[in-house]
Design a protein around this ligand. Structure first.
Ligand SMILES: [Zn+2]
Length: 258
């Protein structure tokens, strides 16, 4: 009986350890991803997932504009189709757009054809809104395996993860908590991931307003930008970070496991 319990506990610990490795955004087990930029440059990349999501995305754009800072938005195709004007404004402001799939599914559940369709359909919506194609993508939930990353690369995309541990902004902490969680790990070459939407959900009359409330991310953006600017950081988009990386050996293993 006791031996059985010990075996079960060990099994659970093993599964948990494996899960931690697989889910770690810095793990390169399944193929190369961009986790962070040059560790010797005073730059950071702000990224936003899961939008567009009015009015919060525009409020973030307003903060970025006022601070003369550019970011990268990993957009969900179905929300791009619903709000093309917001994505157009993101691009018009000099921000970069990345592909976050059509419906925010777990990509490990897709076959090659499904992966191609979800990325291509999203890119078509981005192109309709901005007249630009994107070649960067972020897998929803960071979920990936060999097949996913292989297919993503074949389609010409660079998969982009993050180096600053997620601030769990989807659990509605106050802005100063989101900001301090991010600032604690921000360093040269860091990629920061925040959320301007909630898995690309279209917030109409049938969805609780709280589901889409990203007002704390708007204020956290202001706090993060003001603080990092004071510390001498320059904000770059993911394509800019990739161009910097191409000049030096790609450092893919991040420090997110700290
Ligand atoms: Zn997402």
């Amino acid at each position: 009986m006791a031996r059985g319990i010990v075996a079960l506990v060990l099994l659970a610990a093993g599964i948990f350890a494996a899960y931690e490795v697989v889910e770690n955004p810095a793990n390169q087990l399944f193929g190369k991803t961009l986790v962070s930029g040059p560790a010797d440059r005073r730059v950071v990349a702000l990224t936003y997932d899961d939008g567009p999501n009015p009015p919060y995305t525009d409020q973030i754009l307003e903060v970025l504009r006022a601070e003369h800072v550019r970011a990268t938005f990993f957009v969900v195709g179905r929300a791009v189709e619903a709000y093309p004007g917001v994505v157009q404004r993101e691009a018009a402001g000099g921000n970069a757009i990345g592909n976050h799939t059509w419906s925010h599914g777990h990509l490990v559940l897709y076959d090659a054809g499904g992966l191609r369709r979800t990325l291509e359909r999203t890119d078509a919506a981005i192109y309709a809104a901005t007249k630009q194609h994107t070649r960067i993508m972020r897998p929803p939930f960071g979920s990936r395996d060999w097949l996913v990353l292989d297919e993503v690369r074949k389609l010409g995309y660079t998969p982009v993860m993050w180096s600053v541990p997620l601030a769990n902004d989807w659990e509605y902490p106050p802005a100063h908590v989101i900001a301090s969680r991010v600032l604690h790990y921000a360093r040269d070459g860091a990629i920061i991931a925040l959320h301007d939407g909630n898995r690309g959900i279209i917030c109409g009359a049938r969805v609780s307003p709280r589901t889409c409330d990203r007002s704390a991310d708007v204020e956290a953006t202001r706090l993060i930008v003001e603080t990092l600017k004071r510390e001498g950081y320059r904000f770059v988009t993911i394509p800019e970070l990739l161009r910097m990386e191409n000049g030096s050996p790609i450092r893919t293993a991040g420090r997110a496991a700290e």
